[in-house]
Design a protein. Structure first.
Lengths: 154, 653
């Protein structure tokens, strides 16, 4: 091959590689992108049906329950307006506790229970995930609790 | 009194930094030797005063002076002294002070070892470093003063976050910061070169060892962080693609590209403007990392601080530094490049591909990290990007990179004939194919395409990295030995191979099982039998814990006893999982206690992690390669300098 043809071939291969790589990256991006949905919106039915999404809120006091000796746990999450029951089969993070702001990844089942495959509580107990803080603030009905949440954020 | 001395010392350091930042640059512009001479003494003075400030803060911690707000928030009387010291950089204000201290230290070292550089050039380098220091000192003093008083003083402190009470985290941030800050030297060299309009091969030779040192510290820092996350966050993952991890990884990728691009600039005088751009990019990404961590703008497990004022300052600083550097680049870089040519198969080509692929990886990770920010900004939707994206986005450019690495290492500058190259690489290729198929199949009993490709690539890199050292070892008497540069490269690439092998095997063959156990229960995971023998209370200096005693047997034979703990730190009342780990060269056994489930049962996570040690070991071997390469004689020879550049004739590195 002449140098010119060589160069054309190299450029062509590079272009092809870039196109394939971009397509793969975009697909992976679409698949692993998760929306954060406020609990009130979930209860109104506004959530992605066929894919995982994120919910966040405060763990309702006294709502954590499990069959004695079983791994599976259920608890309620609130955005101070509506509530959502979350089920999780696994070990909860260290800083998971009642009253704490947490985030869960998963999807809703037919009984309107959010089946989580991941539960995140932050490493710092004073830290409130920004989405959760904002979601709480949006539901200003319970003003006092919002103030508490803001305090917790500081 | 001590905190006020520290505060005052910091202000003096700022004044000196201003002198160091302004006068030498002005002097270099005007050719005024006296003004340029200010640079070194100002740098030393600045280092002394920042050192005093740092010592004052450390002293306040050791003395548990809870009239200092930062100490009161991050320490406690019962905290072991080691952690009182590491608590200095355990949170925002102190870690910023550490950053400034390290910048001052790098600056003094540059001043000390730059006597062979042209006076105007070293004055510019030190001047730029001075300006960076001004920015960070202003940031510290205006938004994050670690010496702020708490009146009345607290009786006891709020304790250090229990996660940070760990030897791994005591040394991880300083090493990471040495690397981050170290890229400021490459950045300053790049700015100085553009200001003087003089960028020759000597410039690359001066810049190379500094960049390599920064890079190797960053490598070790990231590896330690990953190791810490593995055993201390409690759940056995080693990389989470968390924004803060990405923040340290992106400068590493750009820095790696820079190291390779500098090789071409030094040896062949090519890629000059590209090298400059990478030097700017590596440091900018370090700054961006600070911004991402410190502004709390992205949802992240590391986000301690959610503070828009600080975020705004860093954003402005970032804008000035990156914008200024790029403007200078746009003005000065055209016209720097030389015309020397190279063939399609030559070391230059492979290094170019290395750079392209590393930059693609950086860009894809940057995109994924910032995507949530931009999507929220423009659509209001809150999204997160999960690890699957990053895994794919990272694997796409890395796969060709690791395959080309073996070829690139053995190609000559300018032009390489394919025949001899293929002959040389035949044996490693055969070894890689054989082991790539047989390791998964015969050692672990299962193979998939991805796995075979991963193991093949790993063995391929390791085998090709050994060629040059082996040749040198078996050389005939009188033949030239391998240079430190080539040896360092071979070692570092061997480390990449170890890392790839570790990642491939861990991701394919890890076994993880969450179970509910009562004392006396026995379960089998990956061929190991775990038996929960007992649970008992134990007390630490500032925590209480429940400790499980778990015996591990394999085929009836006792392997080890693991003692995972669930700790409750008394002051913050926060629970912490301390995993029980049995580390071996070929596998880790990992047990963590979850929660009491009622009926005396506990949730327990058991994991089998084959070859996971190779991930960190590989990173340390890379860093070792960096040390060997940076200690090459030719960098020291330039100290006595004046001999003409023997660049092209030299052994390839």
């Amino acid at each position: 091959m002449k140098p010119r043809q060589q160069r054309m071939l190299a450029v062509g291969l590079a272009a092809l590689g870039i196109i394939i790589a971009t397509a793969l990256a975009l697909r992976a991006f679409q698949e692993s992108m998760m929306f954060f949905v406020e609990i009130s919106e979930v209860q109104k039915g506004n959530y992605p049906e066929d894919r995982n999404f994120r919910v966040g809120g405060l763990v309702v006091d006294g709502s954590v329950r499990r069959e004695a000796g079983e791994l599976e746990v259920k608890f309620d999450l609130t955005d101070l307006d509506s509530q959502l029951t979350v089920a999780y089969n696994g070990i909860l993070p260290d800083l998971f506790r009642e009253g704490q702001g947490i985030i869960a990844h998963g999807r809703l089942n037919n009984d309107r229970i959010f089946v989580a495959d991941e539960v995140l509580a932050k490493h710092d107990e004073n830290y409130m995930p920004p989405e959760v803080a904002e979601s709480l603030a949006n539901h200003a009905a319970a003003q006092d609790a919002v103030l508490d949440a803001e305090k917790a954020q500081k | 009194m001590i905190p006020e001395i520290g505060h005052f010392a910091l202000i003096l350091a700022l004044s000196l930094a201003i002198c160091q930042g302004v006068l030498p640059l002005l002097g270099a512009h005007r050719g005024d030797v006296a003004m340029m001479g200010v640079a070194r003494p100002a740098a030393i003075g600045q280092f002394v005063f920042v050192g005093i400030a740092f010592a004052c803060l450390t002293w306040s911690f050791v003395q548990s002076d809870f009239s200092v707000l930062y100490v009161a928030n991050h320490s406690q009387l019962a905290l072991p002294t080691v952690y009182k010291i590491s608590a200095v950089w355990g949170a925002h204000e102190g870690s910023l002070l550490l950053w400034v201290l390290l910048l001052a230290l790098w600056t003094v070292l540059v001043g000390r070892y730059s006597s062979e550089l042209p006076v105007a050039f070293s004055a510019r380098v030190l001047g730029v470093l001075g300006l960076l220091s001004v920015g960070f000192l202003l940031f510290t003093l205006l938004t994050s003063n670690p010496f702020e008083r708490l009146i009345p003083a607290a009786a006891d402190g709020a304790d250090l976050n229990p996660l940070l009470q760990d030897p791994g985290l005591a040394i991880h941030p300083p090493l990471l910061y040495v690397g981050y800050v170290g890229f400021s030297v490459a950045f300053a060299f790049a700015i100085a070169a553009m200001l003087s309009g003089n960028l020759d091969q000597k410039w690359a030779r001066w810049t190379r060892p500094w960049t390599t040192w920064a890079w190797l510290f960053l490598t070790v820092g990231i590896a330690l962080g990953s190791w810490w996350a593995y055993y201390e966050l409690g759940w056995g993952g080693w990389w989470f693609w968390d924004p803060v991890e990405n923040a340290s990884f992106m400068p590493w990728l750009a820095g790696t590209a820079l190291i390779h691009s500098l090789a071409v600039t030094e040896k062949r005088g090519l890629f000059k403007s590209w090298t400059l751009l990478l030097a700017i990019a590596a440091f900018s990404l370090s700054l961006l990392g600070t911004f991402l961590v410190r502004s709390g703008i992205l949802v992240s497990v590391h986000a301690f601080a959610v503070d828009p004022e600080r975020g705004l300052f860093i954003l402005a600083f970032l804008g000035i530094v990156i914008g200024g550097a790029l403007a200078l680049y746009a003005w000065r870089a055209p016209g720097l490049d030389s015309e020397a040519g190279f063939r399609a198969t030559s070391r230059e080509t492979f290094l170019l591909l290395n750079n392209v692929l590393l930059i693609i990886a950086t860009a894809l990770i940057l995109g994924g990290t910032l995507a949530p920010l931009f999507i929220e900004l423009f659509t209001g939707a809150k999204i997160s990007v999960g690890p699957p994206y990053f895994e794919v986005a990272f694997a796409i450019p890395m796969l060709p990179l690791v395959l080309l690495m073996g070829v690139g290492m053995h190609s000559a500058w300018r032009s390489q004939d394919l025949g001899p190259l293929m002959k040389r690489l035949k044996i490693p290729a055969i070894i890689a194919v054989v082991l790539g198929i047989s390791i998964p199949l015969f050692v672990y009993g299962r193979a998939s395409v991805l796995l075979v490709v991963g193991v093949f690539a790993a063995v391929w890199i390791m085998a090709t990295s050994l060629i040059q050292p082996i040749r040198s070892w078996r050389r005939s008497p009188g033949a030239a030995a391998i240079t430190r540069g080539v040896l360092g490269m071979s070692i570092a690439h061997f480390g990449v191979g170890m890392f790839v092998l570790g990642v491939s095997v861990v991701s394919a063959f890890s076994v993880e099982s969450d179970r509910s156990l009562v004392v006396g229960d026995q379960v089998s995971v990956a061929g190991y039998d775990f038996e929960l023998r007992s649970l008992q209370n134990v007390d630490g200096p500032n925590y209480r814990a429940i400790e499980g005693e778990i015996d591990v047997r394999r085929n009836g034979e006792f392997v080890t006893q693991l003692r995972p703990q669930k700790r409750t730190y008394l002051v913050q009342q926060s629970p912490m999982t301390e995993a029980g780990i049995d580390a071996g060269w070929n596998r880790d056994l990992f047990v963590a206690l979850g929660d009491p489930l009622g009926n005396n049962a506990w949730s327990i996570r058991m994991q089998y992690k084959p070859l996971i040690r190779l991930i960190w070991l590989g990173a340390f071997v890379m860093a070792l390669g960096g040390i060997v390469a940076a200690s090459d004689r030719r960098y020291r020879l330039t100290a006595k300098a004046k001999q003409p550049s023997e660049a092209i004739s030299g052994e390839p590195a």
